[in-house]
Design a binder for this molecule. Structure first.
Ligand code: SF4
Ligand code: SF4
Ligand code: SF4
Length: 275
């Protein structure tokens, strides 16, 4: 039976802000499993707290007393994947948007394309990579869930099938426990595998557009549609455009080289005849 929000295998993470106690164990677990540098940057993240060495961070939600973890949303139709010229970013059937450093050419188009400003670059490294939450097998623990969700002492952040997580999110919202009537990530920019529910507005800290902002900017359709779905024609021909421009430049370079070699050959022949 087809299930809501992707195929049977599509996984995701639901974070319930009302249950987060700001302990940062999710961040520590991510650092450990991904062997990230242990640089202490303060208890809570300033801004979103993400960097080349932090794939998830915990930030305060304004003055509300709430805290929320921040990470890649693993969008259903990711702009970063559509923008990548060489296929270094990929949406996998189980939901994770993965990155292959061996294919990456460092153009950083994915950083420009992401509507949530998630991908970061290892500016200080000799061979810099794009860094963002991976949610793939490499960071999952014995239970099959990502290390960051396994360690959460209050189950504020849980892993599972996206459809089941959506059902659980709705159940909690309808329980009358004071949640706002919104599941962040359910539909925004076409929907995502990482979802949030909360009793305070987490839009600003997570990089979601504020209520009415998309309409004010004349792109209200992005409240439910992905960016790639709106410019699919362009993104489909991006590799062709890339190959055309690259091929033209290569052709020009070969022509100029041939002309230069012929000119040099002619000059040498003339010199030889003079002798
Ligand atoms: S481990 Fe759980 S409770 Fe602790 S900061 Fe992370 S999400 Fe919040
Ligand atoms: S949040 Fe950004 S980086 Fe993550 S999948 Fe979506 S577009 Fe890509
Ligand atoms: S899913 Fe993996 S990479 Fe992402 S925050 Fe959790 S442990 Fe880190």
């Amino acid at each position: 039976m087809a299930r809501e929000g992707g195929n049977e295998r599509m996984k995701g993470i639901l974070t319930d802000v009302t249950r987060c106690i700001g302990c940062r164990r999710c961040v520590e677990a991510c650092i450990a499993v991904n062997k990230l540098p242990r640089i202490y940057t303060g208890r809570f993240a300033k801004g979103d707290g993400l960097s080349g060495g932090r794939l998830t961070a915990v930030a305060e939600v304004g003055q509300t007393g709430r805290t929320v973890r921040h990470q890649c949303l693993h969008c259903l139709e990711p702009s970063c994947v559509a923008a990548c010229l060489v296929g270094a970013l990929k949406k996998t059937p189980d939901g994770a948007v993965t990155y292959d450093a061996a294919k990456c050419i460092g153009c950083r188009y994915c950083m420009l394309a992401c509507p949530f400003a998630i991908p970061r670059y290892e500016w200080a490294e000799r061979a810099p990579r794009i860094r963002k939450c991976r949610m793939d097998q490499a960071c999952r623990g014995e239970s099959g869930a990502p290390a960051c969700t396994e360690v959460c002492p209050t189950h504020a952040t849980i892993f599972g099938n996206r459809a089941d997580l959506l059902a659980e999110a709705r159940r909690r919202i309808e329980s009358g426990a004071g949640y706002l009537p919104r599941i962040w990530g359910e539909r925004d920019f076409g929907g995502a595998c990482v979802l949030y529910i909360s009793d305070v507005d987490v839009s600003a800290v997570l990089g979601f557009p504020a209520a009415g902002e998309l309409a004010r900017r004349g792109v209200a359709t992005l409240a439910e549609k992905s960016i790639p779905s709106l410019n699919r024609g362009w993104t489909l021909v991006t590799p062709i455009q890339f190959a055309t421009v690259f091929g033209s430049l290569l052709g020009l370079w070969l022509l100029r080289r041939r002309s230069r070699l012929m000119a040099e050959g002619g000059a040498e022949a003339e010199t030889g005849e003079d002798q």
